[in-house]
Design a protein around this ligand. Structure first.
Ligand SMILES: [Zn+2]
Length: 127
């Protein structure tokens, strides 16, 4: 579909963040946000909003993922210790789980950050 020339409305940062959390365009919520894993599309297929390298989330992305995952992991490790699960078994379970969950969390968290940056009009071109 050809991109339209409609100007983005930027009605609320929550809607933009939620669209990004769903890995969808922050503007319309229908087009894909990523061309590949963590690589934003150049333009939304539906509304034509430009992404590419315009919105850089930097180290905030791993900070948020590690913070969220750290809280969950501490609780899980304390529960494993309380239930007296073998520490080696705990490591065998938690290490792959942490790797998989962190890889799964990165795209939606980055999408939400892109949505917030998009709403705030904080692209790298405007700094
Ligand atoms: Zn769009």
């Amino acid at each position: 579909m050809a991109p339209s020339t409609n100007q983005p409305t930027r009605s609320s940062w929550q809607r933009a963040a939620l669209n990004g959390l769903k890995c969808r365009c922050a503007n319309c919520g229908r087009g894909k946000l990523y061309a590949r894993y963590l690589e934003p599309v150049e333009h939304c297929d539906v509304c034509g909003e430009a992404y590419g390298d315009r919105y850089q989330v930097g180290l905030l992305l791993p900070f948020i993922v590690v913070t969220v995952l750290g809280h969950i992991l501490v609780f899980a490790l304390l529960e494993a210790a309380r239930l007296r699960i073998n520490p080696l078994l705990s490591l065998a379970i938690f290490i792959p789980t942490v790797l998989v969950v962190s890889l799964l969390l990165l795209p939606p968290v980055k999408g939400a950050l892109i949505g917030i940056l998009w709403f705030s009009q904080l692209s790298d071109e405007q700094r």
